[in-house]
Design a binder for this molecule. Structure first.
Ligand code: 6GU
Length: 244
C-alpha cells in the first residue's frame, strides 16, 4: 500500500506515523507513506497558499492552484488513477467497514485542508471521496489522515504479527472485545476470573464469547442489530434481558 498525503504540515504526519506498529510496517516496506508539502507548489514568491474568502467572512481559504499542482505532480506517472480522499467533517463517516474497503487499494492519495476550507473548484476537480472521522471539527485534516492510515494499515497482511492478529477484534463482527488479563493472578485483592486459569479451552472460549455479548449489550447495544449471532448467543442474550 502506498499512501501519498498532500498537506501543509508534513512534519506532523511524519512524527505521528513513524513509531510503533506503523513505523515498523514502513521499515519493512509493507506500507509506504509519502508526504507532499502543498507549499512547495505555491505560485508566488511569498509562498502564500491561502487568501481571503470571496464574499467576506472569517478566516482564510486554501487557494486552488498549489493543491492542483501538488496533485498533478504525483499523478503524472500513474496509469491507474488512485482515489483522492479529502478529509472534511462533511464527508462520509469513517468506520471499520470503510477501513477494510480502502485496505484493498494499492494506492491512496489524501488531501488535508486547513484554515476555513479549500476552494471548492479544486475539490470538484481532483477529489474522488470525502471522508470525516466523526462529528466534531478539527483544525485540519492531518490528525484525521493519521487515524485513517493507522486503521487501514493494520488490516494489511503482515503489518500485525500473528499474536496481534486483527481477526478476533472489536467491530470485526460488530461485537466488543472480551476483557483481557495478565499476571499477576491477584492484584490488590482482585482475582483474575477462575475460568482463565483453568486451562479448559472450550470453557474459556465460551466465557469470552459471553463476555463479548454482555459488554456489547451493556455498552453498545446498537451494535447487536448488525452482529452475527448464533442461536446460542441469542439464548444467552435473552437471559441477560430477563435478569433486568
Ligand atoms: Cl476528516 N477533517 C477535519 N478538518 N475535521 C474533522 C474531520 C476531518 N473529521 C472530523 N472532523
Amino acid at each position: 500500500m502506498k499512501y501519498k498525503i498532500l498537506t501543509l504540515f508534513p512534519d506532523m504526519i511524519e512524527q505521528g506515523l513513524s513509531s510503533s506498529i506503523i513505523g515498523k510496517a514502513r521499515e519493512k516496506n509493507l506500507i509506504n507513506i509519502e508526504t507532499i508539502n502543498i507549499r512547495d507548489f505555491a505560485f508566488n514568491k511569498h509562498k502564500q497558499v491561502d487568501d481571503y474568502p470571496y464574499g467576506g467572512g472569517a478566516g482564510m481559504v486554501m487557494q486552488p492552484e498549489p493543491i492542483y499542482e501538488a496533485c498533478k505532480s504525483i499523478m503524472e506517472d500513474e496509469q491507474n488513477k488512485p482515489r483522492v480522499i479529502y478529509l472534511t467533517p462533511q464527508g462520509k463517516t469513517f468506520n471499520q467497514e470503510m477501513a477494510m474497503e480502502l485496505s484493498q487499494e494499492e494506492e491512496l492519495v489524501f488531501l488535508c485542508g486547513h484554515y476555513e476550507g479549500v476552494d471548492e473548484r479544486v475539490i470538484d476537480m481532483v477529489v474522488t471521496d470525502e471522508v470525516s472521522i466523526g462529528d466534531y471539527v478539527l483544525t485540519g485534516g492531518e490528525l484525521a489522515v493519521m487515524v485513517m492510515i493507522d486503521a487501514i494499515s493494520r488490516l494489511i497482511p503482515n503489518v500485525l504479527s500473528n499474536d496481534t492478529s486483527a481477526e478476533t477484534e472489536t467491530f470485526d463482527d460488530n461485537l466488543l472485545e472480551y476483557p483481557q488479563y495478565t499476571r499477576p493472578a491477584v492484584f490488590m485483592d482482585k482475582k483474575v476470573p477462575d475460568v482463565l486459569l483453568s486451562g479448559h479451552h472450550k470453557n474459556i472460549e465460551n466465557w469470552r464469547r459471553e463476555q463479548s455479548l454482555v459488554r456489547t449489550y451493556n455498552k453498545r447495544p446498537d451494535l447487536l442489530d448488525k452482529a452475527n449471532l448464533s442461536d446460542k448467543d441469542k439464548k444467552f442474550l435473552e437471559t441477560l434481558i430477563n435478569k433486568q
